[in-house]
Design a binder for this molecule. Sequence first.
Ligand SMILES: *Cc1c(COP(=O)(O)O)cnc(C)c1O
Length: 394
Amino acid sequence: MKNFSNYTDYDTKENLSFDSKVVHGALGTEPLTGAVSMPIFQAATFRHPELGNSTGFDYSRLKNPTRLELERTMAILEGGIQGFAFSSGQAANMAVFSLLNPGDHVILSDDIYGGTFRIIGDVFGKYGVEHTYVDMSELDEVKAAIKENTRMFFVETPTNPMMKVADIQAISEIAKSVGALLVVDNTFLTPYFQKPLALGADIVTHSSTKYLGGHNDTISGIVVVKDNEEIAEKISIHIKSHGSQLSPMDSWLVLRGIKTLTVRMDKHNSNAKKVAEWLRTQKKVDKVYYVGFEDHKDYEVTLKQTTGFGGMISFSVDSEETVKKILKGVDMVMFAESLGGTETLITYPTTQTHEDTPVDVKEKLGITTRFLRMSVGIENPDDIIADLDRAMNA
Ligand SMILES: *Cc1c(COP(=O)(O)O)cnc(C)c1O
């Protein structure tokens, strides 16, 4: 592998497999000292040698070596021309929606992340951006929602928390036919299991707070642009104007998380399969929502576009009493918001992640008061099951 002597050149690691790319990033090592772990460049500003001469770094809101390594690494992993690292997934999605103009219309997945509801309704609504929520797993509904001014499709797949699956390639063809952009929030599966840009999406976003960071220790977000320089430039202007860039320390944490992404995802994947199958045998569990079940409505689409099912499961139980028992009774498993970390977490979407989702939308989707979502961690799966069993059935 090449050794670089500056920050201008880097290697896209074309010849490496994905599980090697995650380890070796873009520069991989620090070019001037050879430090194997990209250091945390905790500097606000950079000294210029003379007038008209810069090291390539001027001020950390614009560009920082640690953040640059993360941004380039994510562009490599998702297969795009440029990556951007934000202070949160929310900030990343804000930047993407800022591509819209007043009067534009965006079509979104109906059971999208609660915070995205807030961005599009409360923030962009007042700037005259129109929106429609559709079930992206029903292509006829997607087509029927198109208006003259539709400029963007924003898709989460699988969805949060109903685990609905959208056919990215089919939707990208619909979007192209009307000249609209397709954005995919790839938080749940990460590029290890799903590569939206290769399937036709124009932009990928992430809450890297989740699987990319992977350790429940940082809040951060990512945007990767596939091939459109103009869009990349607009995102670049947005991030430096809003000042929503990720800090050097947090960039380093995400970079460090990414190094073990593939081994963690494999373990999340196999653990979730075991837990989902066990949940399904439980008397007090009414329904399990998991994309890895062969009888999931869109199992064929999942097999076509992903190489893994991820670590997310939702399920409904027989009563609110059972919900209370589980949330109070779990010991190793934690009742906490968020997902994608090493620890198994259970959340109660109706009052947590989806608190701001309108009640009628929640009811239509099935986010009831008997509904739970679980992010299966990388502990021993038998311990996860034993903990749930005791909490639910004791
Ligand atoms: C968590 C999450 C977000 C928001 O990200 P933050 O890092 O919490 O700001 C957006 N989309 C999805 C799918 C998420 O799970």
